[in-house]
Write a protein that binds this ligand. Sequence first.
Ligand code: FES
Length: 115
Amino acid sequence: MANVTFSSPRMKKDLTVYAVAGDTRTLLAVAKANNIPVDFECENGECGSCQLKVTVLSDKTPIGVALTEKEKTVLRFAGKITQQQIEDAETKDLPPPWRLACQFVVRSEDILVEF
Ligand code: FES
C-alpha cells in the first residue's frame, strides 16, 4: 500500500490517500477518484497541463522511476527536467522531480505530490 499525499495552494489542506498494493492506476486517475483538483486536458501525455512535482518519501528504492517517452518530451520542452535527470532516472533509479500525472503510474512507494 502506498500513501499518496497531495499538496497544493488550491486545496484547503494536504490530503493523503491510499493506493492499494498492485495498483496500476495513473496518478491522474488516483487524483480524479479522490476529487483532487489536478489540471489535465489530453490525458495522453501530450499537452503537459498535468505536470506536477513528485517526491518519493520511502527509504527503499522506488519502482516507478522510469519516465515514459511522452514525459521525457513534454517535460524537457517545458524546462522541468534535464537530460541528466532523465539519464539518472534510467541508470541510477533516481526519481526525477517532475512527472505527468496522466503518465506516472502509482506503485508501492509513498509519494508527496505538489501542484
Ligand atoms: Fe495532457 Fe497529462 S493531461 S499531458
